[in-house]
Design a protein around this ligand. Structure first.
Ligand code: C2E
Ligand code: MG
Ligand code: MG
Length: 557
């Protein structure tokens, strides 16, 4: 039998499990010791259609079909911490599944998933949110319908304020759910304290709140309340020995001008909230017609990106990195590309920020690491691979395991992997990030600081962490032979790096004159269109064949 299933049966008279398992109404998934899906029964297959779960890890599978939840449990799988676990998953169509996981004797896991949507919905029929005591979504919607019906008669405006906490998830993840819950209760307290007796506050779920306001002075009343809420909720909290700061963003929609239907008004307030978050959080925005189109386009891209991951539309190209003393290829930087079904190649600048925002960067980053390590293992021993790592990958706390697993599976020695980090990663929770970097470095992985000089405080990070290499950003390299201001900057960076025992690599070298300057300044390496454009894996490998001269690095991705 191909799979190792739960071992408590068969007993005499039971059908053999190979017949029973596919037929079971409960969805069953079996993960192998690599935490990849090895088996799904029919019920499980139906849940994830059209994505084929085979070979995916659970985080990749869930991200591919837009499902949420289970992060902690699946992280525990990787560390092998808990033999049993449960979690709740929310599918993209809002169905809720309770997932139970048990470790198998072969090191794999068996997961069973039960649809609990109806059960949970019934429980929600009660009117109040159990955690905060505020009205729940059902009541809020009912009151909104009533007020809108009144407003149709009276002509008085009704405002909906949609409120969402900024970075609440990080607090929940780092300090635990009890602190997260206590924070939500405090937020609810501040929220109700700011309202007029006629207003209604509700918790719609998670860290989302809404207010129904019927003051006749609109939009002035809504504006005053939104500003007050952003200020009040953004003030410091003292909770269980922690001092916490969490911001709030608010979206506002007002009937009649923004819609008379409850769902339209709610959706428009949500779009305005989305805008407030996109504009930098800790702010409020009013709905404007036209937000719809822009945000719809983004949401469409979000769906396409999740599908791209599932349908394998992502690929890596490899840009040569040249060691200047020997003129030899010392490594390649792996750069991601998204090829859409209509043949368009989307550059990372267009989708990595979105992928970071919606969390898809985690399965993407994992895939990039695995693919790049596997590819590099086929190259000569002297050739390394550099992989870009997003700030979000540090936040999961799982980067070390992901890197270790990519190295182990590919057989690539750690010293041939370099991780490129930007200031964005270092800015957030710098102690935890520094510890992660130190662990990776102890494993033998090299760490490079990417785009050096473009951030606010690149210099201060150099004393916090001993990078192996500094990549001088292309903005300082472009036209260095002609621009009298760039040369001294590059010279200073090279001197600084040498003093700290770090190597330097100049990015974006496009002309012979730039190369000559960079060489004269003593940079250790270069990477740019002059010495090699990003190449397909096949072209990169061919370039490493002993007979190929360096000058033949064509622009074939
Ligand atoms: P980066 O890490 O600084 O990568 C170098 C970028 O400069 C690449 O753009 C590369 O194609 C481009 N480049 C190289 N030589 C030249 C040159 O001579 N002239 C000019 N004008 N450009 C040159 P690309 O591939 O569009 O990547 C842009 C950024 O996207 C990367 O900047 C990196 O921050 C991010 N990125 C790319 N792949 C990944 C990935 O797998 N994961 C993550 N998290 N980020 C990625
Ligand atoms: Mg890079
Ligand atoms: Mg760079």
């Amino acid at each position: 039998m191909p799979h190792s299933a739960p071992d408590s049966y068969p007993r005499r008279g039971f059908p053999p499990r190979s017949t029973a398992l596919p037929e079971m109404a409960t969805a069953v998934i079996i993960l192998n010791e690599e935490r990849e899906v090895e088996y799904v029964n029919r019920s499980a297959e139906e849940l994830f259609e059209p994505v084929d779960p085979h070979g995916c890890t659970m985080p990749v599978l869930l991200a591919s079909c837009g499902a949420r939840g289970g992060e902690e449990m699946f992280a525990d799988h990787v560390s092998g911490q808990d033999a049993e676990g449960t979690c709740r998953l929310r599918l993209v169509d809002e169905r809720l599944l309770d997932c139970t996981s048990r470790r198998l004797s072969n090191g794999g896991y068996v997961l069973s998933l039960d649809d609990v949507t109806e059960h949970v919905r019934n429980a929600e029929l009660a009117n109040h949110d159990a955690l905060t005591g505020l009205a729940n979504r059902k009541i809020f919607r009912e009151r909104l319908s009533e007020r809108l019906a009144d407003a149709r008669q009276s002509g008085k405006p009704v405002a909906v304020l949609y409120l969402d906490l900024d970075r609440f998830k990080a607090i929940n993840d780092t300090l635990g759910h009890p602190v997260g819950d206590a924070l939500l209760r405090k937020v609810a307290g501040r929220l109700t304290g700011a309202l007029h007796p006629d207003d209604l506050a509700a918790r719609l779920g998670g860290d989302e709140f809404a207010v129904l306001q019927s003051g006749s002075e609109q939009p002035a009343s809504a504006q005053a309340l939104a500003a007050r809420l952003v200020d009040l909720i953004g003030r410091t909290y003292a909770l269980e020995g922690h001092t916490l700061n969490v911001g709030a963003s608010v979206g506002v929609a007002i009937a009649p001008q923004d819609g008379y239907e409850p769902d339209t008004l709610l959706r428009h307030a949500d779009l305005a909230l989305f805008r407030a978050k996109a504009d930098g959080r800790g702010a409020y925005r009013f709905f404007e017609h036209g937000m719809n189109d822009r945000i719809q386009a983004r949401r469409l891209m979000e769906i396409e990106l999740r599908r791209a991951l599932a349908l394998k539309q992502l690929r890596l190209v490899y840009q040569p990195q040249i060691h200047l003393a020997s003129n030899a290829i010392s490594g390649f930087e792996a750069l991601i590309r998204w090829e859409t079904p209509d043949g368009r190649v989307v550059p990372p600048s267009e989708f990595i920020p979105l992928a970071e925002e919606i969390g898809v960067i985690l399965p993407i980053g994992e895939w990039v690491l695995r693919t790049a390590c596997k590819q590099a293992a086929a190259w000569p021993d002297s050739v390394a691979v550099s992989v870009n790592v997003s700030p979000a990958q540090f936040r999961t706390g799982r980067l070390v395991e992901t890197v270790a697993s990519a190295l182990a599976r590919s057989g690539l020695p750690a010293a041939r992997l370099e991780l490129e980090v930007t200031e964005g990663a270092l800015l957030e929770g710098s102690d935890a990030v520094t510890r992660t970097l130190a662990t990776l470095r102890q494993m033998g992985v090299r760490i490079a600081m990417d785009d050096f000089g473009t951030g606010y405080s690149s210099l201060s990070y150099l004393q916090k962490f001993p990078f192996d290499r500094i990549k001088v950003d292309k903005s300082f390299v472009r036209g260095i032979d002609r621009n009298s201001h760039r040369l001294p900057i590059v010279r200073a960076i090279v001197t600084l790096a040498a003093g700290l025992g770090m190597e330097t690599m100049a990015e974006g070298v496009e002309t012979e004159a730039e190369l000559a300057c960079i060489r004269a300044e003593g940079c250790d390496g270069v990477q740019g269109y002059l010495t090699g454009c990003p190449l397909s894996p096949e072209a990169a490998t061919a370039l490493l064949a002993p007979s190929r001269p360096l000058s033949s690095t064509g622009a074939t991705e």
